[in-house]
Design a binder for this molecule. Structure first.
Ligand code: PAN
Ligand code: ZN
Length: 190
Protein backbone atom coordinates (compact mmCIF):
# COMPACT_ATOMS: atom_id res chain seq x y z
CA UNK A 1 0.00 0.00 0.00
CA UNK A 2 1.30 3.43 -0.86
CA UNK A 3 1.88 5.92 1.98
CA UNK A 4 -0.06 9.14 2.00
CA UNK A 5 1.83 12.43 2.24
CA UNK A 6 1.77 13.98 5.71
CA UNK A 7 2.76 17.19 7.37
CA UNK A 8 3.67 18.36 10.83
CA UNK A 9 4.72 21.68 12.28
CA UNK A 10 7.70 22.90 14.23
CA UNK A 11 6.01 25.81 15.92
CA UNK A 12 8.76 28.42 16.25
CA UNK A 13 10.08 29.64 18.62
CA UNK A 14 9.01 26.64 20.77
CA UNK A 15 10.64 24.03 18.41
CA UNK A 16 8.92 20.92 19.83
CA UNK A 17 7.37 19.23 16.76
CA UNK A 18 3.60 18.73 16.60
CA UNK A 19 4.24 15.08 15.76
CA UNK A 20 6.59 12.97 17.88
CA UNK A 21 6.97 9.21 17.46
CA UNK A 22 9.99 8.76 19.70
CA UNK A 23 11.67 10.93 22.31
CA UNK A 24 15.30 10.05 23.11
CA UNK A 25 16.97 11.56 26.18
CA UNK A 26 20.72 11.21 26.63
CA UNK A 27 22.23 11.96 30.00
CA UNK A 28 25.84 12.51 30.99
CA UNK A 29 26.50 8.80 31.63
CA UNK A 30 25.82 8.04 27.93
CA UNK A 31 28.84 10.20 27.07
CA UNK A 32 31.32 8.37 29.30
CA UNK A 33 34.86 8.52 27.87
CA UNK A 34 34.04 11.31 25.42
CA UNK A 35 34.90 14.43 27.41
CA UNK A 36 38.58 15.21 27.82
CA UNK A 37 38.45 16.21 31.49
CA UNK A 38 37.66 12.86 33.15
CA UNK A 39 37.88 14.10 36.76
CA UNK A 40 35.39 16.89 35.92
CA UNK A 41 33.14 14.30 34.22
CA UNK A 42 33.24 11.95 37.22
CA UNK A 43 32.60 14.76 39.69
CA UNK A 44 29.62 16.00 37.70
CA UNK A 45 28.19 12.49 37.34
CA UNK A 46 28.40 11.93 41.10
CA UNK A 47 26.31 15.03 41.63
CA UNK A 48 23.72 14.27 38.93
CA UNK A 49 23.30 12.26 35.73
CA UNK A 50 22.33 15.44 33.95
CA UNK A 51 20.26 15.62 30.75
CA UNK A 52 22.66 16.69 27.96
CA UNK A 53 20.58 16.31 24.79
CA UNK A 54 17.26 15.12 23.43
CA UNK A 55 15.99 13.95 20.06
CA UNK A 56 12.38 14.00 18.83
CA UNK A 57 12.04 11.47 16.03
CA UNK A 58 9.41 11.14 13.32
CA UNK A 59 9.34 7.41 12.59
CA UNK A 60 9.55 6.08 9.05
CA UNK A 61 10.59 2.63 7.82
CA UNK A 62 14.38 2.33 8.08
CA UNK A 63 14.90 1.45 4.43
CA UNK A 64 16.49 3.03 1.38
CA UNK A 65 14.21 5.59 -0.24
CA UNK A 66 12.80 6.83 3.07
CA UNK A 67 13.96 9.92 5.00
CA UNK A 68 14.20 10.00 8.79
CA UNK A 69 13.50 13.41 10.28
CA UNK A 70 13.50 14.98 13.68
CA UNK A 71 14.64 17.67 16.05
CA UNK A 72 17.84 17.49 18.05
CA UNK A 73 18.22 19.66 21.16
CA UNK A 74 21.60 20.02 22.87
CA UNK A 75 21.31 21.80 26.21
CA UNK A 76 23.86 24.43 27.27
CA UNK A 77 26.65 23.51 29.68
CA UNK A 78 30.21 22.25 29.97
CA UNK A 79 32.20 19.35 31.37
CA UNK A 80 35.41 21.00 32.51
CA UNK A 81 35.89 23.54 29.72
CA UNK A 82 34.38 21.36 26.98
CA UNK A 83 30.88 22.24 25.78
CA UNK A 84 27.95 19.80 25.96
CA UNK A 85 27.65 17.74 22.78
CA UNK A 86 26.04 14.70 21.20
CA UNK A 87 27.79 11.32 21.15
CA UNK A 88 28.31 11.62 17.41
CA UNK A 89 28.53 8.81 14.90
CA UNK A 90 29.32 7.54 11.44
CA UNK A 91 26.34 6.21 9.56
CA UNK A 92 26.51 2.39 9.39
CA UNK A 93 25.89 2.70 5.66
CA UNK A 94 28.79 5.10 5.37
CA UNK A 95 27.84 6.39 1.92
CA UNK A 96 24.80 8.21 3.32
CA UNK A 97 24.51 11.93 3.99
CA UNK A 98 22.46 14.20 6.25
CA UNK A 99 20.98 17.70 6.29
CA UNK A 100 20.85 19.85 9.43
CA UNK A 101 18.94 23.12 9.66
CA UNK A 102 19.60 25.20 12.75
CA UNK A 103 16.51 26.72 14.35
CA UNK A 104 17.88 28.08 17.61
CA UNK A 105 21.12 28.61 19.54
CA UNK A 106 24.77 28.62 18.58
CA UNK A 107 27.25 25.83 18.19
CA UNK A 108 29.35 23.72 15.87
CA UNK A 109 29.06 20.53 13.87
CA UNK A 110 32.30 18.62 14.39
CA UNK A 111 32.98 16.24 11.50
CA UNK A 112 35.63 13.84 10.25
CA UNK A 113 36.16 11.11 7.70
CA UNK A 114 37.69 7.66 8.33
CA UNK A 115 40.77 8.93 6.44
CA UNK A 116 41.28 11.69 9.06
CA UNK A 117 40.00 14.77 7.23
CA UNK A 118 38.27 17.16 9.62
CA UNK A 119 35.75 19.98 9.37
CA UNK A 120 34.13 22.05 12.11
CA UNK A 121 31.23 24.17 10.86
CA UNK A 122 29.51 26.89 12.89
CA UNK A 123 25.78 26.46 13.46
CA UNK A 124 23.42 29.39 13.96
CA UNK A 125 19.73 30.01 13.27
CA UNK A 126 18.86 29.85 9.59
CA UNK A 127 21.98 27.95 8.60
CA UNK A 128 21.68 24.77 6.55
CA UNK A 129 24.53 22.30 6.97
CA UNK A 130 25.09 19.47 4.54
CA UNK A 131 26.99 16.50 5.97
CA UNK A 132 28.24 14.59 2.93
CA UNK A 133 28.53 10.80 2.81
CA UNK A 134 31.42 9.35 4.89
CA UNK A 135 31.60 12.19 7.46
CA UNK A 136 31.08 11.36 11.14
CA UNK A 137 29.18 14.18 12.86
CA UNK A 138 28.59 15.53 16.37
CA UNK A 139 26.74 18.70 17.35
CA UNK A 140 28.11 20.94 20.10
CA UNK A 141 26.13 23.68 21.90
CA UNK A 142 28.19 26.78 22.67
CA UNK A 143 25.25 28.98 23.73
CA UNK A 144 25.56 29.96 27.39
CA UNK A 145 21.83 29.96 28.17
CA UNK A 146 20.01 28.69 25.12
CA UNK A 147 19.57 25.21 23.65
CA UNK A 148 21.11 24.38 20.27
CA UNK A 149 18.14 23.17 18.22
CA UNK A 150 18.49 21.59 14.79
CA UNK A 151 16.11 19.90 12.37
CA UNK A 152 17.71 16.91 10.63
CA UNK A 153 16.89 14.55 7.77
CA UNK A 154 18.86 11.50 6.65
CA UNK A 155 18.29 8.36 4.58
CA UNK A 156 16.15 5.65 6.15
CA UNK A 157 18.77 2.95 5.66
CA UNK A 158 21.69 4.95 7.16
CA UNK A 159 21.89 3.35 10.63
CA UNK A 160 24.26 4.58 13.35
CA UNK A 161 27.81 3.43 14.08
CA UNK A 162 28.73 4.89 17.48
CA UNK A 163 31.50 2.40 18.28
CA UNK A 164 34.14 3.60 15.79
CA UNK A 165 34.19 7.16 17.12
CA UNK A 166 33.84 6.06 20.76
CA UNK A 167 37.22 4.33 20.64
CA UNK A 168 39.35 7.48 20.31
CA UNK A 169 36.86 10.35 20.19
CA UNK A 170 36.65 13.00 17.46
CA UNK A 171 39.89 14.57 16.24
CA UNK A 172 38.66 18.08 17.05
CA UNK A 173 37.17 19.33 20.33
CA UNK A 174 35.23 22.51 21.10
CA UNK A 175 36.32 24.11 24.37
CA UNK A 176 35.68 27.38 26.17
CA UNK A 177 38.86 29.40 25.70
CA UNK A 178 39.90 32.81 26.98
CA UNK A 179 38.10 34.57 24.14
CA UNK A 180 35.15 32.18 23.87
CA UNK A 181 34.65 28.89 22.01
CA UNK A 182 37.85 27.43 20.55
CA UNK A 183 38.49 24.43 18.33
CA UNK A 184 41.45 22.37 19.49
CA UNK A 185 43.10 19.10 18.49
CA UNK A 186 42.10 16.12 20.60
CA UNK A 187 45.31 15.39 22.55
CA UNK A 188 44.26 11.73 22.93
CA UNK A 189 44.86 11.26 19.18
CA UNK A 190 48.60 11.02 18.32
C1 PAN B 1 20.88 12.90 14.40
C2 PAN B 1 21.53 12.49 15.73
C3 PAN B 1 21.09 13.30 16.93
C4 PAN B 1 21.72 12.76 18.23
O1 PAN B 1 19.56 12.52 14.40
O2 PAN B 1 21.24 11.14 15.92
O3 PAN B 1 21.50 14.63 16.77
O4 PAN B 1 23.09 12.51 18.11
P1 PAN B 1 23.72 11.06 18.33
O5 PAN B 1 22.95 10.12 17.45
O6 PAN B 1 25.14 11.18 17.92
O7 PAN B 1 23.53 10.67 19.77
C5 PAN B 1 21.67 12.16 13.32
O8 PAN B 1 22.76 12.55 12.99
N1 PAN B 1 21.13 11.08 12.83
O9 PAN B 1 21.77 10.35 11.89
ZN1 ZN C 1 23.64 11.14 11.51
Amino acid sequence: MIDLPFSFTIPLPAVIPSRIDNHIKRTLSALKGQFLDEPAFNKMLLEEDKLIYEVYEIKRPEVEGELLMGISIVHPGKVGNEFFMTKGHFHSVIETSEIYYTLKGEGYMVMETPEGETSVEPLSPGKVLYVPPRWAHRSVCTSRQEDLVTFFAYPGNAGHDYGTIEKTGFRKLVVDGEKGPEIIDNPRIN
